[in-house]
Design a protein around this ligand. Structure first.
Ligand code: FES
Length: 79
């Protein structure tokens, strides 16, 4: 598997808890989007750990084209 799967052309909005670490799925195969469920095994992909600095919404990338890693940078508007 060489390319990550786009699971939606919009960010996943997650209400985060301050200090909590979230494991973002980079492969797109997880059934618990946008979080890793271990399905990346053997794909060459691995999750990104993202710790919330404060409580509030986090916009995780759904298209897997973001240049900001786990976070949406608006790239879904260009694909
Ligand atoms: S299931 Fe996609 S990175 Fe783990």
């Amino acid at each position: 598997m060489s390319e990550a799967v786009c699971t939606q052309k919009a960010p996943y909005v997650v209400e985060a808890e301050e200090g909590k670490t979230y494991y973002y799925c980079t492969c797109g195969l997880s059934e618990k989007q946008p979080f890793c469920d271990g399905k990346h095994k053997g794909s060459g992909f691995s999750p990104i750990a993202h710790t919330a600095e404060k409580a509030g919404n986090i916009y995780f990338c759904g298209c897997r084209a973001s240049k900001k890693g786990a976070l949406c940078d608006g790239a879904h508007k260009t694909i």
